[in-house]
Design a protein around this ligand. Structure first.
Ligand code: 5GP
Length: 329
């Protein structure tokens, strides 16, 4: 464990609202319910149920069920103060003593407009927290969601560009959300603008068997990402592009197993990338939901099969170095 703790590593794929520590979420739920009436309203009931589910540990039958967990969490992070509290807790979880999980965190989040903030206000609330840390410790990626209208994606990306120009700590943009949703061609020009402005581009890609080859191809060619999230079901043609363009892959082992997109560690696509000596970063995705942390994910690399991949300490050290090398900042 000491070896894994001391290893300088970067967390490059962690979603803010999916990474809130459970005790902080429970406290936020108590505050919310006492302010909004413990029972009666449909939203309060949904929040109670949602937090209870997360407390008990989530069992997912398939990846699509995962996205249903977020409305309850979002009800709790819908003001600048509460989203700041969540961001503060996630940054603390990853970076602070006594048990820091990594040396550097690129936290990502999807800006939301609510009654009490617009999307810029959301991002500013998060950035204030990120920027309390030195630039070599924490930065922000602005996520867009496949379920968004094009105008909202454009707004989010323009905000990322403007905030970067204003000297704020935004280093990249992401495409996430339910892999079943959205026709992605309409987002291309906005992603290209972001890239032209010097932002890093990462996209969730080929997360399920159902993601069509044409979509994967479009994401790789037109969106021109320098990193990929998951990349579970890439075919040979797509792999060729990934190798040629040297696109790093953010891998989330526990997330894939619990969302049942990968059957076992034995079958995990990490083995393929390791064999090819291709750049990867080990990441947690959503540690609130998946009950993991970055040390546990790295421990899976070291543990002997069938519990882990049985890699040597030198191999694990090299993987950690790759994550540091692929930061957007
Ligand atoms: P947020 O962006 O609100 O801070 O974090 C939660 C959001 O991230 C979810 O609503 C979902 O859109 C996205 N997300 C979290 N984990 C995953 C994942 O494994 N796959 C995809 N496609 N999206 C995810």
């Amino acid at each position: 464990v000491q070896f894994l703790r001391d290893l300088p590593k970067a967390e490059l794929h962690a979603h803010l609202n999916g990474s809130i520590p459970l005790d902080v979420l429970q406290e936020m739920a108590r505050d919310y319910l006492s302010a909004n009436g413990a029972s009666g309203s449909t939203v309060s009931e949904a929040v109670k149920m949602g937090v209870q589910n997360l407390t008990q540990g989530v069992q997912l039958n398939e990846i699509h069920e995962f996205f249903g967990l977020f409305p309850a969490i979002y009800a709790l992070t819908s003001s600048p103060e509460r989203v700041a509290k969540a961001a503060r807790a996630v940054l603390h979880l990853f970076l602070d003593d006594p048990n820091p999980q990594c040396a550097y965190l690129e936290m990502r989040t999807t800006p939301r407009a609510t009654e009490s903030m617009d999307r810029r206000g959301y991002l500013l609330a998060v950035l204030e927290e990120v920027e309390k840390y030195p630039a070599d410790k924490a930065a922000l990626i602005v996520s867009t969601d496949r379920r968004m209208d094009e105008t909202i994606v454009e707004e989010c990306i323009n905000l990322a560009i403007t905030l970067k120009e204003e000297g704020r700590r935004v280093v990249g943009i992401d495409l996430c959300g339910d892999p079943r949703a959205g026709e992605l061609q309409r987002f291309v020009k906005h992603f290209q603008n972001a890239k032209a402005s010097g932002l890093g581009v990462t996209v969730h890609i080929a997360e399920t068997v159902d993601n069509p080859t044409s979509e994967t191809d479009n994401l790789l060619r037109a969106f021109a990402p320098s990193r990929l999230g998951h990349a579970t079901f890439l075919d040979e043609e797509a792999m060729k592009i990934v190798f040629e363009k040297d696109i790093a892959v953010e891998l989330c082992l526990t997330s894939n197993l619990l969302c049942k997109t990968v059957k076992s560690l034995e079958d995990h696509h990490i083995r393929f990338y390791l064999k090819q000596d291709h750049p990867i970063a080990i990441c947690t995705d959503d540690q609130l939901v998946f009950r993991t942390n970055l040390l546990a994910e790295y421990a899976l690399l070291l543990a002997k099969p069938p519990y882990g991949l049985g890699l040597t300490m030198d191999e694990v050290r090299k993987i950690a170095e790759m994550s540091m090398a692929r930061r957007f900042s």
